[in-house]
Design a protein around this ligand. Structure first.
Ligand SMILES: [Fe+2]
Length: 220
């Protein structure tokens, strides 16, 4: 079902008579909306989390002066970064506690599953978007997954999503974890800059999260 929807939308984007820019933007939004809605059917938290990650990632992208095309790839990659969780069983996805080793291995499949899902379609944005999804759990020091990429070997847009994904995951209350206050999250992230997180992206994020335009995404 999801593959059929996304294939149709990508084809719509390719065949439309609209201008290229309007066509691309429309296609991105349609694809994002349909796939994100599919994910919401499984897990409302992940859907809302993805919306916040998309907004904050866009803030960093704008601060970096990324091109319109890069921002569109970032928007789609951020919105769909956890789309691979549609294959994670409920007993793991909804578990109200820490995952054991076997469950963690299942959960850790989601970046590659999601990346492969998007990469399956022939479209100019499929490859860069799939890379954002595949690499959003890589660590800056190379100890993440699935490919143990490090530093600038990790696609820039994926490093942005990793950073805001971490912020939002700590900012929102979950069944197994209470929400942390903003100052505590920033202390943790600062301690992880250079190991888990890209230190340069963290500097940008410090500016973005204190911008009043992003106040609604800021932890209390
Ligand atoms: Fe994820």
């Amino acid at each position: 079902m999801i593959q059929a929807y996304s294939c149709q939308l990508l084809n719509l984007e390719q065949n439309s008579g609209m201008t290229r820019e309007a066509d691309d933007h429309s296609g991105v939004l349609k694809l994002s909306a349909v796939l994100a809605d599919a994910l919401r059917q499984r897990d409302a938290y992940t859907r809302l989390h993805s919306d916040r990650v998309m907004a904050l990632a866009n803030g960093i992208g704008v601060a970096l002066g990324l091109s319109g095309n890069e921002l569109h790839v970032l928007e789609l990659g951020a919105s769909l970064h956890d789309i691979g969780k549609i294959v994670v069983p409920d007993v793991v996805l909804m578990k109200p506690g820490r995952l054991d080793d076997a469950e963690m291995r299942v959960m850790q499949l989601h970046p590659s599953v999601g990346g492969d899902l998007i990469a399956a379609y022939e479209h100019p944005r499929s490859e860069p978007v799939s890379k954002v999804i595949r690499h959003h759990h890589e660590w800056f020091d190379g100890s993440g997954y699935p490919d143990n990429l490090a530093g600038e070997g990790i696609p820039l847009l994926a490093r942005i999503v990793t950073l805001v994904d971490n912020y939002d995951a700590m900012a929102v209350r979950r069944v197994y974890q209470g929400a942390r206050p903003h100052h505590e999250i920033m202390q943790i992230m600062e301690s992880e800059a250079g190991t888990k997180l890209d230190p340069e992206m963290f500097k940008r994020f410090v500016q973005v999260i204190d911008d009043p335009r992003y106040a609604m995404f800021k932890a209390s």
